[in-house]
Design a protein around this ligand. Structure first.
Ligand code: ADP
Ligand code: MG
Length: 685
């Protein structure tokens, strides 16, 4: 596991270090020599006397004790090398660049296992194999370029893909992003993204630790660990953005319930990120933009002042901000005219604040001061300032840098003239600043960050339910869909209200139960999974004659074993359901029910356990939320009761982890309450 030898080694050996910088062993040594590393560097290369000016050791056995080993040799030689180093050279940290392990073959997997065992035996750290290596403020051990500027004030970046990490650096560096640590975890043989987060959380130092973390993930093996440490880091003041690629789930196609078809593992990832407070991104550019926003002071309100000398980008940015739910409010107060008088005729200070192509650095300074201290309408500024090539803009960028230091409100600089104002932008970045070259990307990122919820509280209160009754039903059931009677028992044990109903299989028993319910009533076949599709649901059955006719017809429907008689209820159709995702546990979904769920796919999801607050947030995040509240004379539903049902469902799933998939569709919602009229529960022990 991550240790001092990995993060701050006193000596490093490159096994397979080479004079050829086009080989990993050559390039990693080159980068290491160029980096901040102050300790002893050794090289093992049986074919060379000297490598990069360093006397090479012919054999690992000839080495003195060494803290960290970087391996750039064929996979088949790695386990033995690791064994010698751990046992004889006191080496406690390893970065294995080599490929050809578990990612390629069973044999490779065996080699990987041997390495991990050797490292674990001495409680050492192993990064990789099959990654590009590691960067820390203390040393650079990657075999790729570019190598960013490394400082503890930079970004922590953990990547499950080496090549992708390189391309992300490639995008971020020109914008001025600086990095603290890069962990390219490769096959995550011993240390994966989750372990790195855990380490960062457990060793977090509010003064010294980097606060911005970027993740690129192709798998999440330990969602619980991820949740625990990502959310803890965010609670401590960190900000995390992540790409999780591979979002299509073939498995979901096979699922039989609505919930199953909608969910799939990507919904689980979404739910995990939301619960953790992690901002989800879908590409490199977006990830880099998020990181750049995170490097600025936090946006505390949603009102943005847009300052520019070029109309078009300001309008595009304004569109993006407004579309994302932020606001570019009109600025008109007692100071407006005074500011306007200081600018060239034709300028506008109403927001966007446009001080024309001829506007000067002095104008810009005035505008920023007004925005910071006199325009209470706004919480932050975006300054779009480039050049059409007629004059230099050093003075304007100097103003922006200076104001970013002194202003109370965050300032986001958009410096678009990457070519014409190359030198000016470079000077601006050299002061430790970050540039946002494209305003719409910035606008989208600001909105997304603003609306990403805070991590959910660690203490989640679930509703109290009758767990014994739940266990009785589950323990006495076999795999597959539960019978209506078992479903009834589970809903009752969980305290989820349901319609009055009886299962009958003879006309005589049907007559008795129907009287008990009262007409009009609803009849449904028991047996077929999708009842409406087979003509197995009849609503508004008015009297006994109709009921008996339907009974006779419905009993003949394929797979039908009996008939469910149910009270005919009013209300609008709501859906809640859950699926169990491998490793993630249960994900709850909710939304508009009935046929709407398939048409609009307007659902919200949350990873279990789901407490009342999170349930309310789920409901409020629905596009159709207004319908739930009631709109334009349409009666809504009892949102509090809806949230309570979600937490009761969460409690049920906790008591019955064997539930693989379930949905209640619909619940019929009135102003008073929600009542389940159809539920399917599938057990898989
Ligand atoms: P399935 O989903 O198997 O087709 P449901 O039991 O959900 O069968 O019934 C289909 C539709 O019939 C529901 O979406 C709802 O619109 C309506 N419905 C079902 N039960 C009732 C009831 N008790 N009262 C009013 N409408 C109902
Ligand atoms: Mg249904």
């Amino acid at each position: 596991m991550i240790n001092e030898q990995l993060l701050n080694p006193q000596s490093i050996v490159v096994i397979g270090g080479s004079n050829d910088i086009h080989k990993p062993g050559g390039k990693v040594l080159y980068n290491l020599l160029k980096s901040n590393f102050k300790g002893q560097i050794h090289v093992v290369n049986p074919k060379e006397e000297k490598v990069a000016g360093i006397a090479a050791h012919q054999d690992v056995k000839d080495l003195p004790n060494v803290d960290l080993a970087v391996l750039a040799i064929p996979a088949k030689f790695c386990p033995e090398t690791v064994e010698i180093l751990t046992q004889n050279k006191n080496t406690r940290a390893f970065i294995v660049l080599s490929a050809g392990f578990s990612e390629t073959s069973q044999e490779g997997a065996e080699l990987e296992k041997r390495m991990v065992e050797a490292v674990n035996k001495v409680s050492g750290a192993l990064i990789g194999p099959n990654g590009i290596g590691m960067l820390t403020p203390n040393y650079a051990a990657v075999f790729t370029s570019p190598v960013p500027e490394l400082s503890s004030g930079g970004i922590d970046f953990i990547s499950g893909s080496g090549a992708t990490a390189v391309f992300i650096l490639e995008l971020g560096i020109p914008n001025g992003l600086r990095f603290a640590n890069l962990y390219s975890v490769g096959n995550s043989a011993q240390i994966g993204v989750e372990e790195v987060l855990k380490h960062m959380d457990e060793t977090f130092d509010a003064e010294k630790s980097p606060k911005v973390k970027l993740l690129y993930l192709e798998k999440i093996d330990k969602p619980e660990m991820f949740l625990k440490h990502a959310s803890s880091l965010i609670r401590k003041g960190c900000r995390i953005a992540a790409v999780k690629s591979g979002s299509s789930s073939a498995g979901s196609r096979a699922a039989s319930s609505h919930t199953g078809a909608l969910a799939g593992s990507d919904v689980a990832v979404d739910a995990l990120f939301r619960k953790s407070g992690v901002v989800r991104c879908y590409g490199r550019q977006e990830l880099i933009t998020m990181a750049s926003v995170f490097m600025q002071p936090e946006l505390k309100g949603k009102n943005i002042g847009v300052i520019t000398h070029a109309g078009g980008p300001a309008v595009m940015l304004t569109d993006a901000l407004e579309k994302g739910g932020l606001s570019v409010p009109k600025i008109q107060n007692k100071y407006s005219d005074a500011l306007l008088a200081k600018l060239y005729a034709g300028s506008s200070v109403a927001n966007p604040i446009d001080f024309l192509a001829t506007g000067t650095a002095a104008h810009l300074e005035e505008i920023i001061d007004y925005c910071d201290t006199k325009f209470d309408e706004i919480d932050a500024m975006v300054i779009i300032f480039g050049t059409p090539g007629l004059s230099e803009v050093f003075d304007a960028y100097e103003v922006i840098d200076r104001k970013m230091k002194s202003c109370h409100k965050p300032i986001y600089p958009v410096l678009p003239s990457l070519n014409e104002a190359k030198r000016e932008v470079a000077e601006f970045l050299s002061k430790g600043r970050v540039n946002f070259p494209e305003e719409v990307l910035l606008g989208n990122a600001l909105a997304k960050i603003f609306y990403t919820p805070k991590p959910v509280s660690e203490n989640i209160d679930l509703a109290k339910i009758d767990e014994n009754a739940v266990r009785q039903v589950i323990d006495s059931s076999s795999n597959g869909y539960l019978s209506p009677i078992s479903v009834q028992k589970l809903l009752d044990a969980a305290g989820i209200s349901r319609a009055k109903e009886f299962v009958v299989d003879t006309p005589d028993s049907a007559k008795i139960s129907a009287k008990e319910i009262g007409y009009p009533l609803v009849m449904k076949v028991v047996g077929p999974v999708h009842k409406s599709d087979v003509g197995g649901v009849v609503l508004n059955v008015k009297d006994e004659t109709q009921m008996l006719l339907e009974f006779e017809r419905m009993m003949k429907i394929k797979d039908t074993t009996s008939i469910l008689l149910q009270a005919f209820l009013k209300g609008f159709e709501i859906f809640v359901g859950a699926t169990r995702e491998e490793k993630f546990g249960h994900v709850i979904l909710c939304g508009l029910g009935g046929i709407y769920i398939e048409v609009f796919k307007d659902t919200a999801s949350a990873l279990c356990p789901v407490g009342k607050d999170e349930a309310l947030a789920m409901i409020k995040s629905l596009k159709s939320y207004k319908l739930f509240e009631g709109t334009r004379g349409q009666e809504g539903t009892n949102i509090d009761h809806f949230a309570e049902i979600i937490t009761r469902l969460s409690a049920l799933l906790k008591a019955a982890p064997e539930i693989a998939e379930m949905d209640i569709n619909p619940l019929l919602g009135t102003k008073e309450k929600l009542t389940a009229v159809d539920a399917r529960i599938r057990i898989e022990k």
